[in-house]
Ligand binder design. Structure first.
Ligand SMILES: [Zn+2]
Length: 448
């Protein structure tokens, strides 16, 4: 799971365990009582607004720009008039946005994310924010009823060394139980090296970015093997499509548990065993908005907008994080937390159609193999009428390109002019280790 790094000025607090465990109890109780959770959100919103309206000139400016008087109480209904904060706003103005939090919120950390544009977004967070992050990490373990006696193997982008072996999983799991061993390997290792480590260590749990998981599945297919002793794959950081989830089930015989998180806001939604992503509503108000700014109904897809109820160091209030998600309905598991059905990924991963609409594209990858053994692909939209399809495979014949063109255009439901390029050495990931299957290089136009 991603963690904010401490700033050079902050000091990591000692012994947060009791507070985190108490918080875990609190949030689980709230999640069982929709009315109490609603009251809690309203109460936390009122305090958050009062704090930032008093201490942040930047937030006061934004209220005024939204025609809201900064010195009056603002209900959450009224707050929905507050102008959305974009990543670009934070990049430009974040130093003005930082606020000194009350001492009770503990030490301040500054976390940095590369963001969808490659430009860093800096957000100050507090020890209190960190406690929520840890409590949600524990909640996720509890929901999935993990066997802590087994080992955990994490493949990470931001590891300074190639491999680390520890006696335990580390925090926060160690707050709940004595755990088995914890291993971490760098994503810079080759897929074969990573797979050999899995073979040697036989972890119970594997935590990995989906793009690395794809490569590992291919490696195991080439070996005609299955990882032994694996209980579950955990994913983070990128979109986990249904195709990949099914492949893990078919090839390895285990389920996949996904978490939606960000450096700026911590854990946003946790997948439950019934298949919904539950929003962490005790800490965040998550809106999913249509292009006209109105909320999406269940089944509709829109832009994710987050208000962090416990960040008293940066007013993350109606922050358009840059992701697109589909709103869900009540979940079969019976938990009352709001749901998302699908996390589609970044706004910049949307294809722009000739009529100006933007859509999360399907490109028909599950049918690519009917044409040729294509191991990796990336669709890059340079202009509305210029779509590059990058492929890792031997160059295709004219007939194969024609067949592939037809599959992709049928899936996209539009006759985009496609051009194919070949990347025999593999398509590089972004510098933060993430991989995007679809990238739009068109001038960013926000959804709302
Ligand atoms: Zn559920």
């Amino acid at each position: 799971m991603q963690r904010p790094e401490p700033s050079s000025t902050g000091t990591r607090p000692a012994g947060p365990g009791p507070k985190v465990l108490a918080l875990l109890d609190d949030i689980e109780r709230l999640a069982g009582h929709p009315q109490r959770l609603n009251d809690w959100q309203k109460d936390r919103w009122a305090s958050l607004h009062a704090h930032h309206a008093t201490h942040s000139a930047w937030y006061r400016d934004r209220l005024q720009q939204s025609c809201i008087a900064p010195d009056s109480p603002v209900s959450w209904d009224q707050a929905q008039r507050i102008k959305l904060v974009t990543r670009a706003d934070l990049q430009r103005e974040v130093d003005r946005a930082f606020v000194t939090p009350p001492q009770s919120h503990g030490a301040v950390y500054v976390t940095q994310t590369s963001g969808s544009t490659g430009e860093p977004v800096r957000v100050a967070r507090t020890e209190r924010c960190q406690q929520f992050w840890m409590a949600y990490g524990l909640r996720e373990h509890q929901w999935w009823n993990r066997d802590f006696s087994r080992s955990l193997f994490v493949i990470r982008a931001n590891l300074d060394t190639r491999f680390i072996a520890q006696k335990t999983w580390g925090s926060p799991a160690s707050l709940l139980a004595t755990t088995g061993a914890g291993y971490a390997a760098s994503m810079s290792l080759s897929t074969a090296e990573l797979a050999l480590l899995i073979e040697e260590l036989r972890p119970g749990y594997l935590l990995v970015y989906p793009n690395v998981l794809v490569a590992l599945l291919q490696q195991y297919q080439a070996w005609n093997k299955t990882p032994r002793g694996l209980l579950q794959v955990r994913t983070m950081g990128e979109t986990l499509g249904p195709g990949l989830r099914n492949q893990v089930r078919d090839d390895w015989g285990v389920e996949t548990a996904d978490t939606y998180s960000s450096q700026e806001a911590g854990v946003i939604a946790i997948e439950c065993p019934s298949g919904s992503y539950h929003v962490m509503a005790e800490n965040l108000i998550v809106e999913v908005l249509k292009p006209d700014g109105t909320p999406c109904a269940p089944g509709e897809t829109g832009e994710v907008v987050i208000t962090d109820l416990h960040n008293y160091a940066t007013p993350l209030i109606r922050y358009a994080i840059g992701d697109v998600a589909e709103v869900g309905g009540p979940c079969a598991c019976g938990r009352h937390l709001p749901t998302l059905t699908k996390i589609h990924g970044r706004v910049r991963n949307l294809i722009t159609y000739p009529d100006g609409s933007k859509r999360w594209p399907r490109v028909g990858f599950d049918r690519f193999r009917d044409v040729a053994p294509i191991t990796q692909y990336q669709v890059v939209q340079h202009a509305v009428d210029d779509v590059e399809v990058r492929l890792v495979c031997s160059p295709l014949s004219v007939q194969q390109e024609t067949a592939l063109n037809q599959i992709i255009c049928t899936a996209l439901e539009s006759p985009f002019p496609l051009r194919f390029t070949y990347w025999p050495g593999g398509i590089p990931r972004r510098s933060n280790g993430k991989y995007e299957e679809v990238i739009s290089l068109l001038k960013a136009v926000p959804l709302s």
